[in-house]
Ligand binder design. Sequence first.
Ligand code: UDP
Ligand code: MG
Length: 322
Amino acid sequence: MNPLSKKKISVIIPSHNEQNNIGFLIQALNKTLTATDYDFELIFVDDGSSDNTLNEIKFNTAVYTNVFYIELSKNFGKDNALKAGITMATGDAIVTMDADMQHPPNLILKMLEYWENGYDIVYTYRQNANPHVKIHQKVTSNLFYKGINMLSDIKLENGTADFRLMDEKVVKQLKLIDEYELFLRGIIKWAGFKQIGIPYTPSKRHTGEVSYSFAKLLMLAVRSIMAFSARPLYLMTTIGISVSLLAILYIPYVLISYAAGYAVSGWASIIATIAFFGGLQLLVLSIIGIYVAKIFMQSKGRPNYLIRSSNLLTVNNDLVRV
Ligand code: UDP
Ligand code: MG
């Protein structure tokens, strides 16, 4: 095959404290992808690592001409790191994957096959019986997918991963999306195009610790659902109406109690009612508050990430790709 006509695949790898996984992953990807008819580049996005991840990546950029790095100015979170990589990638297709070897590189070959058969997006989802997922991850994961499917208009497969291939035309559109609270898995599903999901069994994390604690996962779930759907706001209206109706039904009971002379003994029920309504109002207000905060953050128009350095081309300190 004429090298000039080779299609290029950009693999984007967000990396946060993955110092011992970088070299291993590069070797695995090189092994898998050099056996194909594609050109490929590996773009590592160092997402504010506090260990040796960046040096490890930089070392490999000197060894391999197809390895690149983007150093973010601090930890911006995986979705934002992915956006940094996606924005700079120039491949005919882009593959995003984790740095910890949980996403089997060989599956990329299957993705490429689907892509050649006309699919624009090939995403993956974790298979159910997965021995390498900790119990707290399983619980939050299930809650999350149930929540998002119930509370928004998209339907995500349980365990949908940030391991996917996207055609250049999808990437071009993604670059135009300017959302402060990025939730790529949702956006990809929302985007349409010709997409297909393939199941995979994640491997064990090669080395290092998972970056997400139970609390962080739970917050991420709430943030993602609220970033993607206004339905909780409507749900508040339903709850408000239901509780008001219950309160109306309660009035005859109060009146009858009064008429029967039991009024003084109602202290406990009054306190209970006040506490219940007080709590409910706080809940409703806090949900509205979160949406207001999101509008506030979006209205500032801040970028999703800032780049500190990169070995991708720069012109006047602005990163450009040719
Ligand atoms: N990651 C990141 N920024 C973060 C947290 C994680 O770029 O703030 C990367 C991490 O290095 C890995 C991927 O996102 O490549 C998935 O993270 P992890 O393995 O910790 O979580 P999992 O998805 O396995 O639960
Ligand atoms: Mg992982």
